[in-house]
Design a protein around this ligand. Structure first.
Ligand code: SF4
Length: 153
């Protein structure tokens, strides 16, 4: 049983599939509760049907929660920081050197293209370093720019 913000109890729980074919639990509320609810517009985008919730199966939910807790630890952040450097390199290869587009047919030629691209990237990076070109700053999403700056301390 689930209770909505207005204190109404769910009508039923059913195991079903989401859009990706994963098993999920659908929770439905009663039409008579939702149809005339004063906060309906804040609760659901459905025009006429009652509110429905889609929940993960319990073991998947617990796994997700554990992963989120792990991601908040200093050890995880330290480990992920290494990946951040690799992501920058991959991004440069994709955006600056178009490595997603293979110019040749065949594994051997493709491999050669990747080696030459990696060498060119190293050359560009070395020249930039020698000329003192500053590293690009991490981009910030429009949403993040709107967020107020937190005071430290
Ligand atoms: S719309 Fe339905 S589920 Fe949402 S708060 Fe109202 S009664 Fe509850």
């Amino acid at each position: 049983m689930a209770k909505c913000p207005k204190g109404k109890r769910s009508r039923d729980w059913k195991v079903g599939k989401d859009h990706y074919g994963n098993s999920v639990i659908h929770v439905g509320f009663r039409e008579r509760d939702c149809t005339k609810c004063p906060v309906r517009s804040q609760c659901t985008r459905a025009k006429t049907t009652p509110r429905e919730l889609t929940l993960k199966l319990p073991h998947e939910y617990q796994t997700l929660q554990q992963a989120r807790i792990r991601q908040a630890t200093d050890a995880f952040k330290q480990q992920y920081a290494i990946r951040a450097g690799v992501e920058g390199t991959i991004s440069q290869a994709v955006r600056g050197f178009a490595v997603r587009h293979c110019r040749y047919v065949g594994l051997a030629k493709t491999h050669l293209q990747h080696i030459l691209t990696a060498a060119a990237m190293n050359l560009v990076r070395a020249v930039n370093w020698l000329e003192g070109v500053p590293l690009a700053k991490a981009r910030q999403s429009q949403f993040a720019k709107l967020a107020p700056v937190r005071a430290i301390g």
